[in-house]
Design a protein around this ligand. Structure first.
Ligand code: PLP
Length: 360
């Protein structure tokens, strides 16, 4: 069997070593005679898996004291609602930075619960950059300030975050969490669906500062109440146990690689090699401002869009999968998450140069 190079934006590639370990334990987890999938979430075996996953995640991200780490359900999309429900308190508005498709979705959902103030937007430039924090028209009375750390579709990423003072900074880091070290203490809430850089779909990591929980809106479903989830160890109901277990294997794998400093160096290198090839050619083009280009999702277009179909088809024949851009923007997109190796980028670059030579 040969495994392809998978550039999917999500659900995305998982480390082969993780899949092998899961395979070896599939029928019989540590001589217990059953699969993790078949265990009670209250069993001591599963509680140990869950606690280890949390401990490893805390270690990887150097989460300071005073933060809950929650493993929730419903993806980042349900957090679009959970954030206003938990954080509004007495307030009635929140500030949002509009950087692309995912920010749009977060904004639309928040509007069901509060007044959303768009304090900065790159929409007029087709979402090709991150608006400078100095230009944000912030409100003094916002319950929180929301950013989308990496626009998975547009390929626009925050490479640093501003100090928002007493107003909690909330970040959707679905496609960038664990790609590099971050300073968790800058954030009130970080949330991330798993299926990009963490593990299989079905589980959602939420980091929330302890002082921000416990004042949910009256109608908040208990499943979305951060205080309820924190108190129950993210087991208010049956959690997605298998996704949690695989995420734990990914955390262990990341530690074995040398942690997030090492991943950052690899991710910076993988993406910059690809951007260099795109920038050096008149055949490929990346629309994103260089300073704000994502390390995780590299969008590029072909000079002649008529060739898009052929590019995707021939790439697939070469073992390079899922390069088609999102249907909303067209072109190509290569997602280079942690589990995508350097060799995948090398193979993609070789393919792109050969394709250009044949078609330019
Ligand atoms: C994928 C993604 C989402 C949606 O995640 P779901 O888990 O499908 O809800 C939200 N925000 C960003 C930045 C994403 O990349």
């Amino acid at each position: 069997m040969t495994r392809v190079f998978n550039f999917s934006a999500g659900p995305a590639a998982l480390p082969t070593e993780v899949l092998e370990e899961a395979r070896d334990q599939l029928l019989d987890y540590q001589c217990r005679g059953l699969s993790v999938m078949e265990m009670s979430h209250r069993s001591k075996e599963f509680i140990a898996i869950a606690e280890q996953a949390e401990a490893d995640l805390r270690e990887l991200l150097a989460v300071p004291d005073g933060y809950h780490v929650l493993f929730m359900q419903g993806g980042a999309t349900l957090q679009f609602a959970a954030v206003p429900l938990n954080l509004l308190g007495e307030k009635s508005s929140a500030d949002y930075v509009h950087t692309g498709s995912w920010a749009s979705k977060a904004i639309a959902e928040a509007r069901r619960f509060c007044e959303v103030r768009i304090i900065a937007s790159s929409e007029s430039e087709n979402f090709s950059y991150v608006p400078e924090p100095d230009s944000w028209e912030r409100s003094a009375d916002a319950a929180y300030l929301h950013v989308t750390g990496n626009e998975t579709i547009g390929g626009v990423e925050f490479h640093q975050y501003p100090d928002t003072g007493s107003i909690p900074l909330v970040a959707d880091l679905s496609s960038t969490l664990l790609s590099r070290p971050i300073d968790v203490s800058q954030f009130g809430v970080i949330y991330s669906g798993a299926q990009k850089n963490i593990g299989p779909a079905g589980i959602t990591v939420v980091l929330v500062r302890e002082d921000l929980v416990g004042k949910p809106a009256a109608a908040t479903p208990s499943m979305l109440d951060y205080a309820v989830q924190a108190k129950s160890g993210s087991m208010h109901n049956t959690p997605p146990t298998y996704s949690w277990y695989i995420a734990g294997l990914v955390f262990k794998w990341l530690k074995a690689q040398g942690g997030l400093e090492v991943m950052a160096e690899r991710n910076r290198s993988k993406s910059s090699r690809l951007y260099s090839v795109v920038d050096a050619s008149n055949f490929y083009r990346c629309p994103v401002r260089p300073a704000d280009r994502s390390w995780m999702n590299v969008p590029f277009t072909l000079a002649d869009p008529e060739l898009d179909g052929r590019f995707v088809e021939q790439a697939k024949e070469s073992g390079l999968l899922n390069l088609k851009g999102h249907r909303s923007v067209g072109g190509m997109r290569a997602s280079l998450y942690n589990a995508v190796p350097e060799q995948a980028v090398t193979a993609l670059i070789d393919f792109m140069q050969a394709f250009e030579a044949d078609h330019a």
